[in-house]
Design a protein. Structure first.
Lengths: 210, 286
């Protein structure tokens, strides 16, 4: 055991920190690799398996209704517009709620259905993931955190919804939307120019968060 | 000496730059914010440090220049009279928040002073500078985040003679400076290697006997290091190696590794070193 000249209180704090910081990180979704398959339950009660949608583009939208970054996208109508625009072009859109019960962003099926109706949101389905299993599978860090998966089941985008990492609704109109760009470019047979960015938002309120 | 840098425990890291509470400040969600100056006036042709003084309610934090996996750093828009300009914020060494197993953020609790140098042209004629700062910020607890805005102002005389210290604020600025990351000691050498899935930061102290038991690297930019990954520390005879897992969002090689290396409550160093590729890879790329 090495002796340390560091003050003992700090030393134990550091040790506590390092122990706390030793997660069992599972294989997360990575751009260019196969999107991890999952089965989840929609707020409509249906069981949804990602691999059933092979052959279509799929968008995953991590969501927490209380988060100001999410509110920016919904209050402006932007998220709803994107959902309608892309689902009408055959893209499958899953809104995913990985907040644990009792934490901000958690919703029961009927609460989520009320939300979808009130907000006029139009995802293909809203998946309820309070255990965080799907969130951890994708290493979803924030709400929103967006993924785009191509018809071959490969992740082609992972990150922020756009290039204005703020809570200001005025930043929506001028923002470069990375999800739309990835879909447009991939559908045109071009490489996705911006395939990964830092997802910005509030931290996902996993069961283990503190 | 470092009375204002103190360690916190249990999931929060190492250094914080807290300062005694002052009475005033513009309200922000869960705290107050004020714009102060280190001196009583500024001289024409001179400079003075301004400071954005955050005082936060218990349980709430604001973010570092790189907020980490979530959050957003404070943003300032300055309104300055002509002939005056400000430099960049000098960010004190942040804390590391283990928000969840896979989410790590960087920021400040209790109170923090973000210092900003103000420069005044020599030919400025007005006797008073009316300085405005529009601040947008995000303040979060472990449960939620709240955006906030503050319009701050400060009137500072401009005189020809060198400025006198402001007794009310001088101590705070001096203490905060000690919490800024420092250049590393001249004898030390640092280098960084691209090791495929991670970067390896190597330190050489040029002497045997200095043992490092802990080290934490705070990346200055987003999407370079996996913030939540453990940073494996390998002590060497004359230094150490620190392994930093790459971020999944890092799709291109990195030219330089920039950030803050914290070794103890008294030691936080600014790191800015080129990243070299391993020799085998360099040969293949010819």
């Amino acid at each position: 055991m090495q002796r340390s000249t560091i003050h003992p209180v700090v030393s134990s704090a550091l040790v506590a920190l390092l122990l706390c910081a030793a997660p069992a990180l599972t294989a997360a979704a990575k751009v260019g690799e196969a999107a991890p398959d999952f089965t989840g339950t929609g707020s409509n009660g249906k069981s949804i398996r990602l691999s059933d949608y092979r052959g279509k583009y799929v968008v995953l939208e991590w969501h927490n209704n209380g988060c100001p970054f999410v509110r920016k996208q919904y209050n402006s109508g932007n998220m709803q517009r994107l959902q309608k625009q892309w689902t009408s072009r055959g893209v499958v859109w899953f809104t995913i709620l990985s907040s644990a019960q009792g934490k901000q962003g958690y919703a029961t099926a009927s609460e989520e259905n009320d939300f979808l109706m009130k907000e006029q949101a139009a995802p293909t389905a809203a998946l309820l993931d309070p255990s965080g299993a799907i969130g951890h599978l994708y290493d979803a860090k924030t709400s929103p955190h967006m993924f785009v998966i191509n018809p071959q089941g490969v992740v082609i985008y992972d990150g922020a919804i756009d290039d204005k990492p703020t809570t200001d609704v005025n930043d929506v109109p001028g923002a470069k939307n990375f999800v739309s760009l990835a879909l447009e470019q991939a559908m045109a047979g071009k490489p996705v120019e911006t395939a990964a960015t830092r997802p910005y938002g509030c931290s996902v309120k996993y069961a283990d968060s503190h | 000496m470092l009375a204002f840098c103190r360690a916190l425990t249990l999931g929060f890291a190492m250094l914080t730059c807290a300062a005694p509470a002052l009475a005033q400040g513009t309200p922000i969600p869960h705290g107050t914010l004020e714009l102060i100056a280190e001196k009583q006036w500024v001289s024409a042709g001179g400079a003075v440090d301004l400071g954005l003084r955050f005082q936060l309610d218990k349980g709430w934090h604001v973010y570092w220049i790189n907020p980490g996996d979530s959050g957003e750093p404070p943003r300032v828009e300055w309104r300055l009279p002509s002939g005056l300009r400000v430099g960049a914020i000098e960010w004190p060494t942040p804390l590391r928040f283990q928000t969840s197993v896979s989410i790590v953020d960087y920021g400040y609790v209790d109170s923090v002073l973000l210092m900003v140098p103000l420069h005044v042209n020599a030919d400025v004629e007005q006797a008073m500078a009316h300085i405005g700062a529009a601040v947008r910020l995000l303040i979060c607890s472990h449960e939620m985040c709240v955006p906030g805005k503050a319009q701050l102002s400060l009137t500072l005389p401009i005189k020809s003679q060198a400025a006198a210290a402001d007794a009310g604020t001088a101590g705070l600025f001096a203490a905060t400076r000690k919490c800024l990351p420092q250049p590393w000691p001249a004898k030390w050498k640092f280098s960084a290697l691209d090791a495929k899935d991670s970067f390896v930061l190597s330190a050489n102290f040029q002497q045997i006997g200095r043992r490092i038991a802990q080290a934490i690297f705070f990346p200055l930019a987003e999407s370079q290091i996996e913030n939540a990954a453990p940073q494996e520390l390998l002590p060497q005879a004359d230094g150490f190696r620190l392994s930093l897992r790459k971020s999944d969002q890092l799709l291109r090689p990195l030219d330089r590794l920039q950030g803050v290396l914290v070794l103890s409550r008294d030691e936080a160093y600014s790191i800015d070193v080129p990243v070299s590729m391993p020799a085998a890879v360099r040969k293949q790329s010819r």
